[in-house]
Design a protein around this ligand. Structure first.
Ligand SMILES: C[S@@+](CC[C@H](N)C(=O)[O-])C[C@H]1O[C@@H](n2cnc3c(N)ncnc32)[C@H](O)[C@@H]1O
Length: 318
């Protein structure tokens, strides 16, 4: 199986053409992000490429459906704070950039103005009966998602949980992690150290006080990864960090179960991890280029340079 650059570029191209129109719907309702945000969306896009090729092959033998869960979904469009550029967000990427369509997509957004904009924007790209937007706190909405789908079907899910801070309680995570699925989680490594003065919030985020001995952001991260390992054998992170000392940084955590097939998509994660961690500055720039209109820059993430070509040949040709 090979990552399909032309396919992805084609998808992005049409998505980006729609972005302008989608931005005008509910004009002004965006989620403001820093220049570092597009990178996680590119990772989601690349992961979707692999995930939505592999999981459908396991239907109907192992699963009967493939669902997407986005607990902190935003408004569908993000605006880059410093430049004013508008880029598409995770819900629109998941709704459109999959090889086989998800059986159902579930989105949660707690700010009504954003959730309404998201719903209307989604309606312009996919059929209304293929998705659900919950206009409420995700720690409450999770029960509805479990009830509506996860509990009833033999489904495999991809959960994208894009935290700004300590938004999602561990109890919520467990409700999802109980069911088969993969996770991409934004962990705010630099910010979390500053939340030490809110032990009650941290206790909810971790489900206990296991964070108490953590001193650095990386300690907090390791502690969270240990919690995830209670449910998933494989937990990997990608560090996204500004070069300057004390600069902003966060981690994307991937979590999945070991499979008999040797987890082919993990090789995709390794490839992307390698590329991003070794060239974060370039990665940030190219992610922005891709999501603001230049789909050809996607190439940089999956090829470029002999080292990368070799890696890609060995990792993606499975
Ligand atoms: C980082 S943004 C999501 C951006 C989105 N993933 C994208 O790519 O466009 C996080 C969103 O989660 C929402 N949010 C924060 N805490 C929440 C909660 N507990 N329940 C529901 N939504 C929440 C915020 O209003 C914000 O729009």
């Amino acid at each position: 199986m090979t990552i399909e650059k032309p396919w992805l570029e084609g998808k992005l191209d049409s998505l980006l053409k729609e972005a302008e129109e989608l931005s005008n719907l509910h004009e002004g309702v965006y989620y403001e992000v820093g220049a570092w945000a597009p990178l996680k969306l590119i990772v989601l896009l690349l992961y979707l490429d692999v995930y939505t090729k592999i999981i459908p092959k396991q239907i109907p033998k192992h699963f009967d459906s493939m669902v997407y869960v986005d607990l902190l979904a935003g408004s569908g469009i993000n605006r880059i704070r410093d430049t004013g550029h508008r880029i598409i967000g995770s819900p629109l990427i998941a709704a459109t950039a999959s090889h086989r369509p998800f059986t159902k997509l579930f989105f949660v957004e707690g700010i009504p103005e954003r959730s309404k904009a998201l719903e209307d924007r989604l309606k312009t790209v996919i059929d209304k009966n293929r998705f659900e937007v919950y206009h409420e706190n995700c720690n409450a909405a999770v029960d509805k998602i479990v009830e509506a789908h996860l509990k009833k079907r033999r489904s495999h899910h991809l959960a994208f949980i894009d935290c700004q801070g300590l938004d999602v309680d561990w109890a919520t995570m467990e409700k999802i992690l109980k069911y088969p699925g993969d996770l991409i989680f934004t962990f705010q490594t630099a910010l979390i150290v500053r939340t030490r003065d809110y032990p009650d919030r941290l206790n909810k985020f971790y489900g206990d006080d296991s964070w108490k001995t953590a001193k650095s952001g990386d300690d907090f991260l390791r502690c969270y990864e240990d919690k995830l390992r209670e449910y998933r054998d494989i937990v990997i992170n990608i560090r996204i960090k500004e070069k300057r000392r004390g600069g902003f940084y966060y981690h994307l955590i991937f979590a999945t179960r070991k499979t008999k097939g040797g987890n082919p998509w993990l090789q995709a994660v390794d490839l992307i991890k390698n590329r991003i961690e070794n060239h974060t500055g370039d990665a940030v720039k190219y992610a922005f280029d891709v999501l603001s209109g230049d789909a050809t820059k996607l190439d940089w993430f999956v090829s470029g340079g002999d080292e990368q070509d070799n890696l890609q040949r060995s990792l993606f040709d499975f």
